[in-house]
Design a protein around this ligand. Structure first.
Ligand SMILES: Nc1ncnc2c1ncn2[C@@H]1O[C@H](COP(=O)(O)OP(=O)(O)O)[C@@H](O)[C@H]1O
Ligand SMILES: [Mg+2]
Length: 462
């Protein structure tokens, strides 16, 4: 069965109210038996003490209990604690005996044989000794008042039951009102969120929920709006990425197709030069596809990273050594300032890929005869790697977007040596997966300065 939140709220509130009423009824009953009957017992005990005094006086005068044998009149006179004058006037309310105490008293002689009074004495009945001249001459038994009389008990219960019914109905009505009000307060915004989620799930990323309160529901609405915004943004990124990818693939493919058709039609002959041109288009395609693959791998995030303790300066030295020849061929001078750095938590293969991409950019885009400077040191407990070159660098209007996918400086759009603009996006993914930061700025040498900060081992592990 599917119950709405309002029904559930109503049932819970009613259940709580009924439980409270029942608990109050039970506690009232307990305090009645404990309190009122306890009071009656105390009253009788005080009364029995006064009877003991009168019994002792009577025994002293009479010399034995014989005067009480089969003499209820004398017994009742002894039990009466009013003065002789009071006995002639009608009894006051305070003197009315609620607990029928005179029916619960029994006099026993020194050998505990019943002299007069109630003969049904339970075994645990307390006995008061009657002492005359230091000798116990008898016992007064007071049978405890166990329960109120049955009639009073039943009346009390009935009154309580009627009262509980009234309170019960009142609470059901109050609970219904409270449930109605609460469900209006809770369910209405929830319904709005449900409808919006439904729209979002069916692809409408423009839905937003008005935030009307500062409570959890308000927080949920805000989060929902943020989620919708993020989804819309991602969707837009995905579309432009797909457009860029297909554009990048189409260009070399159509060049290839055109050249192959020209050869087929006999417009061009199959010379080594034509072959080299075809080769170059294939190389561009190959590079693009492998960059896309790298990007998707680095995008997956920490899952595809195998983190170990890595010395950044060593990784940098290894990569530089591999690039030495390539940089020399381009006529570039290399300056290094690599000091032993603190170990970081990293994936050595990915870090190598990071430095490869950056040095490859220097080799590609730095003017012949220029300088490449590579530095590595520890700053504020972080490893700081700086790779810079002597120019021409990146125009200031492109610099802030240089890490975005497919972003290239206009000057290098020339396909002969430029890539698709994915390398720095891959670099950013790698650095961020290591908990670090990457930034691009104008280098003092005149070209582009890429600085990378990687947190040290200890900071990542906490
Ligand atoms: N050291 C550099 N000097 C000048 N321009 C650079 C340098 N590094 C990168 N760039 C510019 O940034 C663009 C993006 O670089 P990158 O993301 O590595 O893509 P790709 O190298 O595949 O074009 C490059 O196309 C280039 O225009
Ligand atoms: Mg590159």
């Amino acid at each position: 069965m599917r119950w709405s939140i309002s029904t559930k709220l109503f049932l819970v509130l009613v259940a709580i109210s009924i439980a409270t009423v029942a608990a109050m009824g039970v506690s009232a009953r307990i305090s009645f038996t404990r309190g009122f009957i306890g009071y009656l017992n105390e009253q009788s005990a005080a009364y029995a003490d006064s009877v003991v005094v009168r019994l002792a006086e009577a025994y002293k005068t009479e010399g034995s209990w014989r005067f009480l044998h089969h003499n209820p009149r004398a017994w009742y006179r002894l039990l009466d604690n009013r003065s002789r004058r009071e006995r002639d006037s009608p009894p006051q309310f305070s003197e009315v005996d609620f607990s029928a105490v005179h029916l619960r008293l029994t006099l026993l002689d020194a050998d505990k044989e019943v002299v007069i009074g109630n003969r049904n004495i339970p075994s645990d009945t307390p006995m008061r000794p009657v002492n005359v001249d230091g000798r116990t001459v008898g016992w007064l038994a007071l049978i405890p008042y166990q329960q109120a009389t049955a009639a009073a008990d039943v009346r009390f219960q009935q009154r309580q039951l009627t009262q509980n019914w009234l309170i019960g109905w009142a609470t059901v009505i109050v609970a219904a009102l409270a449930a109605w009000w609460l469900s209006r307060l809770l369910v209405t915004p929830l319904k709005r969120i449900t409808a919006a989620t439904h729209n979002l799930a069916s692809g409408d990323y423009s839905v937003r929920i008005p935030v009307t309160s500062k409570d959890e529901i308000g927080g949920l609405s805000e989060d929902f709006n943020r989620l919708a915004q993020a989804l819309a943004h991602n969707e837009q990124l995905r579309r432009s990425f797909m457009a860029d990818v297909s554009h990048e693939l189409r260009t070399p493919l159509s060049v290839l197709k055109g050249e192959l058709e020209a050869i087929e039609d006999g417009v061009r002959s199959m010379t080594p030069a034509t072959l080299a041109s075809l080769q170059s288009e294939v190389t561009t395609l190959n590079k693009l596809v492998s960059d896309l693959y790298d990007l998707s791998l680095s995008d997956i995030g920490a899952l595809s990273y195998r983190m170990t303790e890595v010395e950044i300066d060593e990784v940098l030295q290894t990569t530089l050594a591999a690039f030495q020849q390539r940089l020399a061929d381009r006529g570039l001078k290399v300056q290094t300032d690599i000091t032993p750095s603190v170990p970081v938590n990293g994936d050595e293969g990915r870090l190598q890929q990071l430095f490869n991409n950056l040095l490859e950019n220097c080799a590609r885009y730095t003017q012949t005869g220029g300088t490449v400077r590579v530095g590595c040191r520890t700053v504020n407990g972080e490893v700081l790697v700086e790779i810079e070159d002597s120019g021409p660098g990146v125009p200031a209007d492109i610099l802030p977007r240089i890490f975005e996918r497919f972003v290239r400086a206009e000057a290098s759009r020339n396909r002969s040596h430029g890539g698709a603009g994915l390398g720095l996006a891959i670099c950013q993914n790698i650095v961020e997966a290591h908990g670090g930061k990457i930034a691009a700025s104008a280098a003092p040498l005149g070209g582009l300065l890429i600085s990378i900060r990687l947190p040290r081992l200890r900071d990542l592990q906490v």
